[in-house]
Structure formats: C-alpha cells, structure tokens
Ligand binder design. Sequence first.
Ligand SMILES: *[C@@H]1O[C@H](CO)[C@@H](O)[C@H](O)[C@H]1NC(C)=O
Ligand SMILES: *[C@@H]1O[C@H](CO)[C@@H](O)[C@H](O)[C@H]1NC(C)=O
Ligand SMILES: *[C@@H]1O[C@H](CO)[C@@H](O)[C@H](O)[C@H]1NC(C)=O
Ligand SMILES: *[C@@H]1O[C@H](CO)[C@@H](O)[C@H](O)[C@H]1NC(C)=O
Ligand SMILES: *[C@@H]1O[C@H](CO)[C@@H](O)[C@H](O)[C@H]1NC(C)=O
Ligand SMILES: *[C@@H]1O[C@H](CO)[C@@H](O)[C@H](O)[C@H]1NC(C)=O
Length: 530
Amino acid sequence: MARQWLRKSELNEKLWKGDKGESLLDSSVAGVRTALSAESLAKILLLVVVNSVFLLAALHLLNSKREFDNRGDRSNCVTNYRLNNVHPMSLSLDQNRLIQSSEFAPKNESNQENIRQFDTFGVAVHLFIKMSAYRGGSNSFAIIGLEAKNPGELYNDPPYECVWIPGPDSLVWAPLKGSAIKMLPDTGNVYSRLYSAVIINCTFSQDVGVDRKGGQLVLYASYGDQYPRNPERIVALTEQPDEFPGVEFYESSDMKYDYVYCGSPLFGNLSPQKIREWIAYHAHFFGPRSHFFLYDAGGVHDNVRRMIEPWIKAGRVTLDNIREQEKFDGYYHNQFMVVNDCFHRARHLARWIFFFDVDEFIWAPPNDNSLPAILARYENQSQIIIWQKPMSKSLCAQEQGEAGNDSSFSRLRSKWTFEKLVFKSIKWRESHDCKYAIQGQKAMGTGIHRSGHLIGGNATTYADPLNYYHYHNTINKRDEVCEDFIDKSVVYVNPRNRTDIYTHDDGLAVLADHIKEFERDVIGPQSFIL
Ligand SMILES: *[C@@H]1O[C@H](CO)[C@@H](O)[C@H](O)[C@H]1NC(C)=O
Ligand SMILES: *[C@@H]1O[C@H](CO)[C@@H](O)[C@H](O)[C@H]1NC(C)=O
Ligand SMILES: *[C@@H]1O[C@H](CO)[C@@H](O)[C@H](O)[C@H]1NC(C)=O
Ligand SMILES: *[C@@H]1O[C@H](CO)[C@@H](O)[C@H](O)[C@H]1NC(C)=O
Ligand SMILES: *[C@@H]1O[C@H](CO)[C@@H](O)[C@H](O)[C@H]1NC(C)=O
Ligand SMILES: *[C@@H]1O[C@H](CO)[C@@H](O)[C@H](O)[C@H]1NC(C)=O
C-alpha cells in the first residue's frame, strides 16, 4: 500500500516538477520519501486521496477496476508517444493488449468451436492526438486535436471528461470535474480520414485557477466502445503560478490587435514571390495593429522563409512548424485542426479573426475602403462571409505583353502577380466558395468556409462591400503566369469553353505600386524569387 501511495505521489510530483524538488522526477521511491517535508507530503497525500476519489468516479463509467494497475508510464506511451522514443517493451505493453483473448472466450465449456487469437503489433491509429489547449475565460478551456474516427462516429456519447487540478500552493484542494462538450468542426466528420479534428470545450461550474496559484487541466479520453479499456489520462494544459492573466484579459474589449489572420497550413512548392506579395498586401490592408499566424506544413522552404522572416522580425508574423502532423492522416494537412488551434489562440487577441488562404486577397472598394468602418456595420454579427472574385490564372492585359522583345519580357516578369492577372470570371457572384471573419468571443470553433459553432443569435451575413480576389492555382506556379494577352476593353470568351467568360478588373492591380513602396518602407528591399 505504502508503495502505491508513493508511486502516485511521484506521479503528482511530475505534474509539479520544479516546484518542490527538481530531482523528484528521477529519484527512487526512498528518495521521494526523504526529499519531501512532512507538510508537503501531507499536501500531496491529500491531493492523491481527492484525486483517487475522482478517478474512481470517472472509471465507474467503464466499470473497470484496473485503473491503478495500469496507470503510469503505460498510459503515457499511447497518448504522448513519439515513435523514436518508444522503447520496444512499452509497445508490447500497449493498452490494446489489455483485451486478452480470454475475455472473448465463450463461457460454455462444452462449446466445440475454435477460438482464434489475434496478435497485434504497433499502434497505427491513436485514440487522441492533442495539438493544443487554450484557456477561454475564468472557467472554460478549449482542447484541440484529432480523434480516431471510428469511436466518434459509432458512439454518440462524447467519451471525454475534463478535470481541473489546482496547483500545489492553492488553497483550493479539490479537483473539480467540468462538463466536456465535443465539437467536430469538419461538419460532422464528412471530411475526416483516419482522424477527425475535434475541439473539446471544458467548462467548469466555478472559476478555476483564478487565485493565480497555477493548476492543471486534465482530459480523460475513453475508448467509447464496449471493451473494458481504461480511459487515457491526458494533461491538456499546465498553468504555472502567476500565469493566469486575470479575468479582465478574457472580458475586456481592449485587445492587443485589431485583426488576426488565421490560415490553412502552408504546403507544396510555394512561390516565394507570391507569398511575399500576399504578406505585404495584407500587412498594409489590415494595418499595424494586426497579426498573422502562419503554419508550415512543409511549404516553407528556404526561399519562402526568406520572404517571411523580415515580417517575423518586424513582429507582424508568427510562423509555426507543424510538419509533424503529416504523420496523422486527417483532411488536407489537418486543416480543420490547424484553423481551430489558430482560432482559440487568437480568440482574445483581436476582435475579428479572418480566415482565408494565401492565394486570396481581401479587398474593399476604394470609395468605401475603411475596414473599421465596414466592420462597424457588422458589429452585432458573429460572423461575416466574404464574396469571392475568381480571377483568371493566365490572362493578362494586352499592353503588358506588347512588343514581345527581351526587355519588355523582363519588365513583365518583374511585375507582381496581382498586378498582371486582371481578368475576373463573370461567374463570380454564383461562386459559393466563400471566406469569412468571425468575432472570436461569439464562436466556439471554426471550419474552412465558415464557422458552424457560433454563440448567440445574430449569426452570419455577407459583408457586402468586402471581396477577395482569388488567384486559384497560382501559388505554386514558379514561372511566368501570363499566357494570353487580352484587350481589356472587351469581354473575353474562352475559345475552348464558351461559358468561361472574363471581364477586366484591376481593382487590386492598381494598388501594386503603393504596396511595393509600403513593403520597402517597413522591411526594406526584398529579392524577387519566382
Ligand atoms: C453449452 O453449449 C451446448 C452446445 O452449444 C448447449 O447445448 C448447452 O445448452 C450450453 N450450456 C449452457 C449452460 O449454456
Ligand atoms: C465553452 O463553451 C461556453 C458555452 O457553453 C462558452 O461560453 C465558452 O466561451 C467556451 N469556451 C471556449 C474556450 O471555447
Ligand atoms: C448593435 O446592437 C446594439 C445594441 O442592441 C445597437 O445599439 C447597435 O445599434 C447595433 N449596431 C448595428 C450596426 O446594428
Ligand atoms: C442583433 O442585431 C440587432 C441589429 O443589428 C441588434 O439590435 C441586436 O442587439 C443584436 N442581437 C444580439 C444578440 O447581438
Ligand atoms: C522592346 O519593346 C519596347 C516597347 O514595349 C520598346 O520601347 C523597345 O525599344 C524594344 N526594344 C527592342 C530592343 O526592340
Ligand atoms: C467551362 O467553364 C465554366 C465556367 O468557368 C466551368 O464551370 C465549366 O466546368 C467549364 N467546362 C469545361 C468542359 O471545362
């Protein structure tokens, strides 16, 4: 018994590593005993007792008594495992092995059928993959990750439990169980592959951690099936003492930025020049009180990085390397998970959060071009939808291709892409491929073309004067985009497809010189790398 207590106190110390004894983590059982003062040992024992009471309650769910036998290293290896770090021994101790074939053996001895055994090797699909967890207020959190698709689809019961464990110095000792609401942002699993993106909203009936003594958000994820498997214990978030920024941070309308950009992950052979144009344009469009969260899913090669780095130095861009998520088979570089990570990290940084891609340019008509004024009209909307202007990826204006000698060609080449592609499909108002912005406080999660998890009544409207120019299929074109040079005063009908019709639209192109100057002013001269 004593041994078991100490094993659990060790586990609790792991939670608070750095607090009472930096060496505890690695110390022997005897070491733990001597390293702890009587007082802190009493505290830990109390925590363990309360913890155990909760754990028992949680496990009641599955009628399993195995929890304490299996807790510890083993449960970590399934949730946190990195292939390279897993000792072969721990793989063979995988949770799945806990279902012994004997549990499926018929109880009737006289039954003559052959019982076949299935030997399992490795773990190809994880129950849950955590990307992040963010506090959303004094009593709520969001956990963002991936879940194995099947349990989510087959069993309606959300197999999650949230618990808050107060920090060791908190006057509050009891762990608190919260409500766990699960959201599937990929419109209910239709886009999921082996994994579905999931957001778990943990809300507690009272404020947690507001005494600024730190604490820990723990998520229990059960398998949700009929087999006797233990839930996985996932430490979703650890808040250090003094880390809680105060209730005002979550409630004030006075935020760090006016606008935050959240985008889909960057992947593929991106054109550095086009990324350069996109950042410069939007850094100007959204103004100095804006910030861009970019996610590298393999698209930020060296020359793209050269374009992004000056903006990182200028404090305008944050770049995250998320290449590891490629190991987990979700929709499109786990786009749904990534936009939700961005959404929840930005939720209290700016009132409006914009979602669109790096081949899309948000634009407001020049006579109506104050973004704050436009957004003020939609202050009571949770979400605004922005219309697309689908642009041709190859039609340029005739005068740009004139003469066709070497010097005019090099002049053409050095122009920016949005300066050259000036023909818009007449089908633009029929296009439903929309992008959007949401007020962070009025949503709990988001999607790709819009959020389906809004809070409150006034949901969604089209933000009419706002549009975005969409240069589809250009972002990874590494050579000249202009293929045909068209008279801009006429309507162009594609000779190979009579319904494919374009008209001239240089609303964005006319801004090019101004944007180039702005870029030079802010980050200095940049190289042109197509
Ligand atoms: C055991 O199985 C045999 C053959 O299937 C059947 O006749 C018998 O009734 C079963 N006994 C019990 C206790 O279920
Ligand atoms: C969790 O859900 C509640 C509504 O039930 C909402 O008020 C809160 O903002 C959400 N928290 C997060 C972090 O999304
Ligand atoms: C938004 O709602 C507030 C309160 O109901 C109201 O005073 C304001 O006029 C509304 N704003 C707009 C643009 O409709
Ligand atoms: C909805 O919008 C109307 C008009 O803009 C406003 O008066 C009302 O207060 C809004 N309601 C909510 C719940 O925001
Ligand atoms: C190339 O064409 C431009 C007009 O676009 C003309 O001004 C220039 O003289 C020409 N250069 C040569 C070498 O023909
Ligand atoms: C012709 O163009 C229209 C409009 O761009 C498009 O919807 C349609 O798919 C095209 N047809 C073919 C055969 O490419």
